[in-house]
Design a protein around this ligand. Structure first.
Ligand code: SAM
Length: 236
């Protein structure tokens, strides 16, 4: 009998993401519209405390799952002589990228098994904003980032993390009347499927994965009523 394998082809990943993102073009637009709520003052305060001190004068920064590449543009404003590299594989996200500055670039790769073609020890810092929960496994991505980071380079992760249903519904339903008998079954199904997808790793799972792939976790916090977490990890 032919051996059954779980294939991580780019096409499989793109199909999985298209389903999770519901309507790709609309989701790409939503990522643009909500960018400032993720990369807010608190994000930049944490950046100033943990990331800025390890950056070289003209840093190379890697943004995993960059989506429409908004963060790459801001990086280039801050570090005009640096380099900003965004990794992405969803075509509707790449199509939504606009006006990338000349030192910014999108690398098309599937983070389930990325081979980014970057030199060992060449990246100052990496970011993964709401990306790891969308993956079957983040092990190869964590290992590839570790290979590319300079010793002492830092990795800034923020994401959904496992949380009880009541807290998840507070964070995710956006006023949807989950228990109203007139709410459609389609909407309910969609909400509960996303509960499972957003509830993939706990903050301790992420810390465990980071430690096992060669990092030291130097900051770990729960955010948004426990539905999200932020971790800063350093390449040992
Ligand atoms: C929720 S969006 C966040 C976009 C951006 N990081 C931000 O915070 O604005 C997650 C992004 O990660 C990308 N992504 C998820 N899994 C991926 C994979 N296996 N390979 C490449 N990109 C992936 C998705 O296509 C999507 O653009």
């Amino acid at each position: 009998m032919k051996e059954q394998t779980l294939s991580h082809t780019l096409k499989n990943t793109q199909e999985m993401l298209a389903k999770h993102h519901r309507d790709g073009e609309a989701f790409a637009q939503m990522m643009k519209d909500t960018y400032a709520s993720r990369f807010n003052d608190e994000f930049w305060d944490v950046w100033a405390k943990y990331i800025e001190p390890v950056l070289s004068e003209n840093p190379t920064v890697l943004d995993l799952g960059t989506g429409p590449g908004m963060f790459l543009k801001v990086l280039m404003e801050r570090y005009p002589n640096g380099r900003a590299l965004g990794v992405e594989c969803a075509e509707y996200m790449i199509d939504a990228v606009e006006d990338l500055p000349k030192n910014a670039q999108i690398l098309t790769a599937d983070l389930h098994d990325p081979h980014l073609g970057l030199e060992n020890n060449s990246v100052d810092a990496a970011v993964a904003s709401v990306v790891l929960h969308e993956m079957n496994q983040p092990v190869r991505a964590l290992q590839e980032v570790h290979r590319c980071l300079k010793p002492g380079g830092r990795f800034y992760i923020m994401d959904w993390v496992r949380t009880p249903l009541s807290q998840y519904l507070d964070a995710a339903t956006d006023g949807m009347a989950v228990f109203d008998p007139t709410t459609s079954v389609e909407k309910l199904d969609d909400m509960f499927i996303h509960f499972i997808e957003h509830n993939r790793f706990s903050v301790d799972d992420l810390e465990f994965l980071l430690k096992k792939t060669g990092y030291k976790v130097i900051e770990k916090s729960l955010l948004k009523n426990g539905s999200h977490a932020r971790l800063i990890a350093e390449k040992r």
